[in-house]
Design a protein around this ligand. Structure first.
Ligand code: ZN
Length: 520
């Protein structure tokens, strides 16, 4: 018993000590947990405070301002673009977001451009099959847009339809074969004949671009061009002496109809037979453009950064970007509200809110890109001399036309699940919109159409944000692309979503950057 007692008492003391130790441990654990929870709660409170500071008024306000006449449609090369670039940089500075290039937010590049002083005029003298003549004056913007880089002056000549307007001896294809266009005005289509085997755009790259088509028309002696594609297109190169405009398909139909021909039949033959369907008309066309070509312009890429705080991870960057340039002013303002003041505005509000949080582990860069509309030039310049290498760039998130719809879409998410999960979580926890994604298509061989695609082809991990379920009418490269076509509520949510996802991604201890290819 004594032994037992002794044993018991010893055990009792031992147990008591264990119990005491365990209680202390528990207490410590609880204190730590409470402390951690209160820190976490504080962190979350702070995160949410700035989250709620992003409002639809703020985001819509930026887009509205950028769409105003003072920025003149933000044509790369023009003073309107430069003004917009400085306006964005001024905001970054106010928010204490650091310049990416030492003291400067800007990387400047040369960029020629054309001032279009008026919408010009477009008139046709239509001759019907009985020889009757009808004079018709067409109107902007219903029937035509002046060319963004048309030569100045007035041209008059007979009309010739030249299909795609392509001369490609290596493909044994010539829309100008056996047809005289000297001193005449040609009407041509976008696109190119279907390649025999793969749908490889590359084979037709040298011939199918708008600039190549205009060059070819001039080489054959044409003095003017009617481009059947009513979309403002600042990327077409200026050609001295060549006046051109973009026309609506209904105008083309009218020209064919007056000549007792059916445009649809001819177009189908062009597409299906892969053979030229060129036709000389008796109609004569008068085209007038009031422009001034300025070869000496410049544009800038604008980049601001929130430097990372972790000694190792700060050398990695999360990049988010949107093109800041637009179609400019073609005698009438092209405000470019959705394309792409919306993307710029979404990023600006997220940047402002992110600047209020403690510095994240990784660096976050906000990239406002120039000359996208000139052919993705700003993105390609960036790729030549990037701020962070491809390897150190965790990802580039592109926003182009993100301001009309009710759902969210992050293109490329399936290829980068460890990046995508941050966006998925942020949406699931706080945004609650429908969210979809897909695989990044690196096998895509067509002409890249966005900065995201351009950077992806240059080897960056690029994902792109879109909206789904459009609720307002889309006016693409159109003077009606005004702030009224934007949906402020989705812009607010996109901005909030970026704010949460970028911060979470920038603070992740590890990110698996292996790219998952699309299953066959
Ligand atoms: Zn765009």
């Amino acid at each position: 018993m004594a032994i037992f007692n002794r044993y018991r008492s010893k055990t009792f003391i031992h147990l008591y000590v264990i119990k005491f130790k365990s209680t202390m441990r528990h207490l410590l654990l609880i204190t730590l947990l409470l402390l951690f929870r209160s820190v976490a709660a504080q962190d979350e409170a702070e995160l949410l405070k700035h989250f709620h500071s992003i409002t639809s008024e703020e985001v819509f306000g930026y887009a509205k301002t950028l769409s105003e006449p003072e920025f003149d449609g933000r044509l790369a090369g023009s003073p309107g673009y430069t003004k917009a670039a400085h306006w964005v940089a001024h905001h970054l500075e106010q928010w204490n977001i650091k310049p990416a290039y030492g003291e400067s937010y800007f990387r400047e590049f040369p960029q020629d451009y054309t001032v279009v002083k008026s919408v010009g005029s477009f008139t046709a003298q239509l001759i019907d099959k009985k020889g009757n003549s009808i004079r018709k004056r067409y109107s902007f913007p219903e029937h035509y847009y002046p060319g963004s880089n048309s030569a100045n002056g007035k041209v008059e000549g007979e009309l010739v339809y030249v299909g795609y307007g392509i001369t490609a001896p290596e493909h044994r294809y010539d829309d100008y074969k056996n047809i005289d266009v000297k001193g005449k005005i040609v009407m041509l289509e976008s696109g190119h004949p279907k390649p025999e085997h793969a749908t490889e755009w590359k084979h037709w790259e040298a011939f199918a671009g708008s600039s190549a088509k205009l060059e070819n028309a001039q080489k054959h002696g044409a003095i003017g061009v009617l481009y059947i594609s009513k979309i403002a297109s600042p990327g077409i190169k200026y050609r001295e002496g060549l006046v051109y405009c973009h026309i609506d398909k209904t105008v083309t139909e009218e020209f064919f109809f007056a000549n007792n021909l059916d445009y649809k039949t001819i177009k189908e033959a062009l597409e299906e037979k892969n053979k030229p369907q060129s036709i000389a008309f008796k109609h004569s066309i008068m085209l007038e453009a009031e422009t001034e070509y300025l070869p000496e312009g410049t544009y800038s890429n604008v980049i601001g950064i929130i430097p990372g705080s972790d000694p190792n991870l700060k050398h990695e960057v999360i990049m988010v970007g949107a093109h800041l340039d637009g179609q400019g002013n073609l005698g009438e303002l092209f405000p470019g509200a959705l394309d792409n003041a919306s993307g710029v505005a979404d990023i600006m509000a997220a940047a402002r809110a992110l600047s209020l949080l403690p510095a994240p582990k990784r660096t976050i860069a906000f990239f406002f890109i120039g000359a996208e509309e000139k052919g993705l030039l700003g993105a390609l310049e960036y790729a030549k001399d990037p701020l962070f290498t491809k390897e150190k760039t965790v990802c580039y998130i592109n926003l182009d036309m993100v301001g009309n719809g009710t759902g969210l879409y992050l293109g490329g998410g399936e290829s980068f699940p460890d990046i995508y999960k941050h966006f998925e979580e942020a949406n699931g926890n706080y945004i609650h919109r429908s969210l979809k994604t897909n695989y990044l298509n690196r096998a895509y061989t067509g002409r890249p159409r966005t900065d995201g695609m351009a950077l992806s082809q240059e080897g960056f991990r690029a994902l792109s944000v879109h909206c789904t379920d459009r609720v307002k009418k889309l006016y693409y490269h159109n003077p009606l692309d005004t702030p009224e076509t934007l949906v402020p509520e989705i812009m607010e949510d996109v901005s909030k979503w970026l704010y949460l996802s970028l911060y979470s991604l920038a603070n992740a201890t590890e990110i698996d950057l292996n790219e998952v290819m699309k299953p066959e």
